[in-house]
Ligand binder design. Structure first.
Ligand code: UGA
Length: 476
């Protein structure tokens, strides 16, 4: 797909959502990619072309790009042949809320340990110069979500180790934040809104521009599984300094949940005023300055990023004496929203103790089996505390829930209708498409009492009420 002189050698350390999606997508675009992960099981599976996470299109890309891919448990042999080394390892939350960058620094140390003066660029005529040749100086790119200033730390860790080894070699560093969403990770990678490159080095900028050229020009053949959206043109290409790039990531992951928390606060008010939040969201979302996305009112946000990143941002802000009151309140509103669902149920049922509640949806959003910070966990925990029996169904996340939350006593069922058998109420937590199709005539035959708390506003309120259900949505 790419001319040979445009192909770059890439190493990607960490094959989680970000690493694997990035690796497979860059390989699809024509670059030669080595995905590195210390977990041998992950590497064995990937070598056998078995995706280790579920993402639409991943399987197809893994197969079609296999010749451009290599998988390894060690970075050592790839450091000196890479034009770009991506760090895509996890940055879990520390007890104090800050992001833990131990993993990122460990990779930096390894790079410093193995980087040599003499580099072996397999297809490289780069040393010979030439206007179109590739600068053979490696670029170390951090893609993990890290506190502002981490890129500078990565640089110092590598420099320190090189100095200890008495090696004098040039390398560049850059921060390229990731904006992909779980469930549509390949789509977001191939057709992004923007690519942000934060570096102090012009040469690094050039190498990364070359790396992303097919995305910037959108001149690659779209994969069958992940078509280019019809209204899509090209991404914005934004060059910043490293600290700004790092802050872009946190600011985006604070703004989006703030937007959702805002609409939830307005929804709670709309409910009291007798207004309809769907109509309000439509009315404000049509203003291009506001935009219609992330105005879906409901049970609130979850997932591995918004909660973790807003917390880490507040930690940083606090260290520098900034309040970030809006972000703080967005979190408060969000976690209160989950309990508000239980409160709605309490009001509709009068008493929860001894009642059976059918919980539909466990994952933090549809299209994934990920349970991290899922609203379902808090809701079920509270319902159990109030003495309810829980029957639950989720199309993808039940095995994970069983494993990760053995403390929550749940009766798992084989589909949504089994969950409704003998239930006094239905609590909808995740908006899986199949739940939208629920047949409420059948539901009525199965349920003991007819209460529906719709945590995602997916059901038709009037229709349900006409069938004799007590319906509680959010802001309707
Ligand atoms: C989020 C961001 O959207 C990505 O841009 C970012 O790269 C990613 O975090 C990350 O930092 O890794 P993700 O967590 O996969 O992506 O999920 P989203 O699709 O953004 O949804 C987050 C939560 O918000 C879900 O629980 C969803 O149900 C909820 N949501 C979303 C709403 O409650 N209302 C809405 O209108 C939209």
């Amino acid at each position: 797909m790419l001319n040979t002189d445009k192909i770059l050698n890439i190493s990607i350390v960490g094959t989680g959502y970000v690493g694997l999606t990035t690796g497979v997508s860059l390989a699809y675009l024509g670059h030669r990619v080595t995905c590195v992960d210390t977990n041998p099981d992950v590497i064995t599976r990937l070598k056998e072309k078995i995706p280790t996470i579920y993402e639409e299109g991943l399987q197809e890309l893994l197969h079609t790009s296999y010749d451009n891919l290599e998988f390894s448990t060690t970075l050592k042999d790839h450091v000196n042949s890479s034009d770009v080394i991506f760090i895509c390892v996890g940055t879990p939350t520390k007890d104090n809320g800050d992001a833990d960058t131990k993993g990122v620094e460990a990779v930096a140390w390894e790079i410093g340990e193995y980087l040599e003066k003499k580099r072996e660029r397999p297809n490289g005529d780069s040393a010979s110069g030439g206007t179109d040749s590739i600068d053979s100086t490696p670029v170390v790119v951090n893609k993990s979500t890290v506190p502002v200033g981490t890129q500078e730390r990565v640089r110092s860790v590598i420099e320190k180790r090189l100095k200890e080894r008495n090696i004098d070699v040039t390398f560049y560093t850059a921060s390229v934040p990731e904006f992909l969403r779980e469930g549509v990770a390949i789509l977001d990678t191939l057709y992004p809104d923007r690519i942000v490159i934060g570096t102090d080095y012009k040469q690094a900028e050039d190498t990364l521009e070359r790396l992303y050229k097919p995305l910037l020009d959108q001149d690659f053949k779209e994969p069958d599984a992940i078509k280019r959206p019809p209204d899509y043109s090209v991404p914005a290409f934004i060059k910043t300094d490293p600290r700004s790039a790092e802050l872009v990531k946190y600011a985006a992951n604070a703004f989006l949940p703030m937007k959702i928390s805002f609409i939830n606060e307005i929804a709670n008010l709309a409910e009291k005023l007798g207004a309809d939040i769907d109509q309000v969201a439509h009315g404000i979302g049509a203003d291009s300055r506001i935009s219609a996305s992330f105005l879906g009112a409901g049970v609130g946000w979850g997932g591995s990023c918004f909660g973790k990143d807003t917390r880490a941002l507040l930690y940083t802000a606090n260290e520098y004496g900034e309040e970030l009151g809006l972000v703080r309140q967005a979190r408060k509103t969000n976690y209160a929203q989950r309990l508000l669902m239980v409160h709605k149920l309490q009001q509709a049922l009068n008493i929860i103790r001894g009642k059976t509640i059918a919980v539909l949806g466990l994952s933090f959003k549809p299209g994934t089996d990920d349970l991290r910070d899922s609203p379902a966990i808090d809701i079920i925990d509270k319902l159990l505390e109030l003495g309810a029996f829980i029957k639950a169904y989720d199309p993808k996340a039940m095995d994970n829930f069983k494993q990760e939350h053995p403390e929550l006593q749940i009766d798992y069922t084989q589909d949504e209708y089994f969950a409704l058998e003998g239930a006094h109420a239905l609590m909808l937590v995740t908006d899986w498409p199949q739940f939208k199709e629920l047949d409420f005539d059948v539901a009525k035959q199965k349920m003991k009492e007819f209460v529906v708390v719709d945590g995602r506003n997916i059901f038709d309120k009037e229709k349900l009420e006409s069938k004799g259900f007590v319906y509680r949505g959010v802001g309707r």
